[in-house]
Design a binder for this molecule. Structure first.
Ligand SMILES: CC(C)(COP(=O)(O)OP(=O)(O)OC[C@H]1O[C@@H](n2cnc3c(N)ncnc32)[C@H](O)[C@@H]1OP(=O)(O)O)[C@@H](O)C(=O)NCCC(=O)NCCS
Length: 154
């Protein structure tokens, strides 16, 4: 089941986001920066995104929350795709992405150049790198690249 983020599932969504974000950023961020992303930080972050118009969805397996995804309707960025570390590789990310794609006309995503798992995941599902859209986002010269959705038959 995929449900829109609301007051009742906010904490569940923030927990999934925190666990997956920490796991995927551990190699590239300082431990101080990782620790800053506690449950309250993630709750505030998701609430702020929602206030700014983002649509955020939570995927459940019966009662258990295991993934989130966001869409910014203003420009159709698909973002915040995070699946709990223990639940990755079981098809939930694909399900969430398909769900988000069904709500967009010309979506795009951005992904860190170092995140090879995610790049592989998105490129296998119809995303291609946008020209000249790599952006330096941090102290360690980590680049974030934009990918646009091209294969609409997938
Ligand atoms: C990338 C991510 C959302 C994919 O979700 P998922 O539920 O693991 O994806 P699925 O099970 O539907 O698909 C698995 C596919 O992704 C690949 N994959 C990517 N990361 C994986 C991981 N950590 N574990 C297992 N498979 C992974 C698999 O090789 C598999 O390949 P396939 O394309 O040949 O099928 C998820 O691994 C995740 O949350 N990663 C950490 C957060 C992240 O990097 N998010 C993207 C930010 S831009």
């Amino acid at each position: 089941m995929i449900a829109e983020l609301n007051e009742k599932n906010l904490k569940d969504a923030a927990k999934v986001y925190m666990d997956s974000w920490k796991e995927s950023h551990r190699e590239i961020c300082s431990s101080k920066f990782i620790e800053k992303h506690d449950i309250n930080y993630m709750i505030n972050f998701l609430e702020e995104k929602q206030k700014n118009g983002y649509m955020i969805f939570v995927c459940y397996n019966s009662e258990n929350p295991l993934g989130i995804i966001g869409i910014n309707p203003a420009d159709e960025e698909i973002c915040l795709l995070y699946v709990s570390p223990d639940e990755q590789g079981k098809g939930y990310g694909s399900k969430l992405l398909k769900f988000a794609l069904s709500k967009c006309e010309n979506p795009y995503i951005t992904v860190l150049d170092t995140n090879m798992n995610a790049i592989d995941f998105y490129t296998k599902r119809g995303f291609v790198p946008a020209e000249n859209q790599s952006e330096n986002i941090g102290e360690k010269r980590i680049f974030e690249r934009k990918y646009v959705y091209q294969n609409k038959n997938m």
